[in-house]
Design a binder for this molecule. Structure first.
Ligand SMILES: Nc1ncnc2c1ncn2[C@@H]1O[C@H](COP(=O)(O)OP(=O)(O)O)[C@@H](O)[C@H]1O
Ligand SMILES: O=P(O)(O)OC[C@H]1O[C@](O)(CO)[C@@H](O)[C@@H]1O
Ligand SMILES: [Mg+2]
Length: 495
């Protein structure tokens, strides 16, 4: 199929999938919500920041490449690296001092909902999907105000010993404080000088300072946990994210095993609430390699059905699973990269015993599916095409505030460069005997051990916002897949 036929496929599928969303009875979303303090900086700002820090210290930090931000010098060093190399980065800070320092010396332009779970909760509630049940262990009053004010936006609370679902603004604890992340955005071609080196920013990008306050815990209130089966409204799927918050040993002396056990217990509880529930984990950048491996091998493997991640995260996952060479091939920007990405996705599917691995990359998605997936390859393909249109709408407009806003994605073209990468993979797979030209033209290949869906996707030339588009892609695809499972089940009942 040529690019115009792929555009037609997007548009033919869209209205059917949009309509099917109403078949989903409810989605549970946990854990991480942030307030994202967003600041776009220019030359003046970077020069002002440089005056506020010790140049010698920054120089030495630049060499050391800090993995966490403990001081203003660490922050400025990571900012210079991001601006100079044009690479998006997300760096944790364990001290609240950085938030204070940035508030005093930089300030933010706007604050918005952040965190995979926060972004996904709002997206799905705005897409008018029934019963979006968010669970945030550290829900504070200020954070609760960032949830969309809609009736289907819910959070569990215990009232007189019984579980109730209310809007998050009525569910917060006044003991909690908001978790604020800083998103420092900068544009291509900014010029500045540091220690005699002239630096020109090669592309629009951002540095994310992910706060990790001492009170953060990936856990669930015991009373809510015990009453969870009272959620009788039917939860067809769960989207879980935020495991990157788990520490090797926390301030209370609990090791990561404690939180792995709690996380697995919640997944098992959700399966008690609905034995046919599908569980999705949205991945993210996890600096700590031990924690990254523990999440994959002890939470995702055996307990989770679906994994969403971008290409860098595929490489990072492969790396800690022992596939260092393949991980490097995924990251290298050469012809083989997309092949390695496909191979790596298949390895993740089998090694982590998943039903589905959905990888999003700029211009194409790859989704590998196990032979026992409750949705057909055609269902998966339609859900990917639908999510490509929804993501394009979000990139174009900056947000989705109602389901019809997604229609805006229909006018976004499939990206030529993404289509070319798709064709590269198509030809390599045919050369290796994995699928015929006909299969690949449809983007749907069935092999003896797994099925593969590959689609070229819509890309917005000048996106209004980029943070959270990956979360949007994964959530829209996963939930529309849930609607297909519901549709198939309803069809069986009718027969
Ligand atoms: N301009 C754009 N138009 C459409 N999709 C985009 C655009 N920019 C980024 N994307 C999609 O968003 C994804 C980013 O996902 P990810 O890296 O997981 O970031 P996040 O999780 O913060 O959203 C990319 O892989 C790409 O598929
Ligand atoms: O790991 P954290 O601190 O929850 O942040 C995860 C992501 O959520 C965001 O708030 C928005 O996606 C970003 O700050 C960050 O990339
Ligand atoms: Mg992501």
């Amino acid at each position: 199929m040529d690019i115009s036929e792929w555009e037609q496929q997007h548009n033919d599928t869209y209205f059917e999938m949009k309509d099917d969303l109403k078949k989903v009875r409810g989605v549970f979303v946990a854990y991480n919500c942030n307030i994202d303090a967003i600041r776009h900086i220019d030359e003046n700002d970077i020069n002002k920041l440089l005056e506020l820090v010790d140049e010698k210290k920054v120089k030495s930090r630049l060499m050391e490449y800090p993995r966490q931000i403990d001081s203003p010098e660490d922050f400025v060093a990571r900012l210079i690296i991001s601006m100079r190399d044009g690479k998006a980065a997300e760096v944790p800070t364990y001290t609240l001092d950085i938030h204070e320092w940035l508030s005093e010396n930089l300030g933010s332009d706007v604050s918005r909902m952040g965190g995979q779970a926060g972004i996904i909760s709002n997206l799905l509630a705005n897409m008018e999907i029934k019963n979006i049940i968010a669970y945030v262990p550290w829900l504070a009053k200020e954070q609760a105000e960032y949830f969309v004010d809609k009736e289907n936006m819910l959070h569990p609370v215990i009232v007189d010993g019984k579980l109730e679902l209310v809007h998050p603004k009525n569910a917060y604890s006044s003991d909690n404080e908001p978790k604020v992340n800083w998103i420092i955005e900068f544009s291509k071609d900014i010029d500045f000088e540091f220690s005699g080196e002239k630096i020109r920013v090669p592309r629009d990008n951002r540095l994310i300072v992910s706060s990790r306050p001492p009170w953060i815990r990936i856990d669930m209130d015991q009373e809510i946990y015990e009453h969870l089966q009272e959620v009788y409204r039917g939860i067809d799927g769960a989207i879980l994210a935020g495991y990157q918050m788990i520490k090797e040993t926390d301030e209370d002396g609990n090791t990561y095993d404690h939180y792995v056990e709690k996380s697995v217990k919640l997944i098992k509880k959700l399966k008690e609430v609905n034995p046919s529930i599908r569980i999705h984990v949205e991945f993210t950048s996890i600096q700590n390699r031990l924690i990254r491996r523990v999440i994959l091998k002890q939470i995702v493997q055996e307990h989770v059905h679906s994994l969403g991640l971008d290409t860098v995260e595929v490489a990072n996952a492969l790396n800690v699973l022992g596939y260092e060479e393949l991980a490097y091939a995924v990251i290298k920007k050469d012809e083989r990269a997309i092949d390695a990405l496909y191979e790596g996705s298949v390895i993740l599917l089998h090694e982590l015993k998943l039903e589905r691995v959905h990888v999003h990359s700029l211009g194409y998605y790859i989704c590998v599916i196990s032979k026992n997936s409750p949705a057909t390859p055609e269902d998966h393909k339609k859900s990917l095409l639908f999510s490509s249109t929804v993501a394009a709408a979000r990139a174009l407009v900056g947000d989705i505030s109602k389901l019809d806003d997604c229609d805006a994605g229909l006018d976004v073209p499939v990206w030529e460069q993404g289509y070319n990468k798709f064709e590269t993979l198509e030809s390599h797979l045919i050369q290796r005997g994995i699928g015929t030209l006909k299969d690949l033209e449809d983007g749907c290949v069935c092999t003896p051990t797994h099925d593969v869906i590959i689609i070229p996707t819509k890309v917005v030339e000048k996106p209004a916002a980029t943070v959270g588009i990956g979360d949007t892609i994964s959530a829209a695809a996963f939930v529309s897949m849930l609607s297909r499972i519901q549709k198939n089940n309803l069809a069986k009942v009718r027969v």
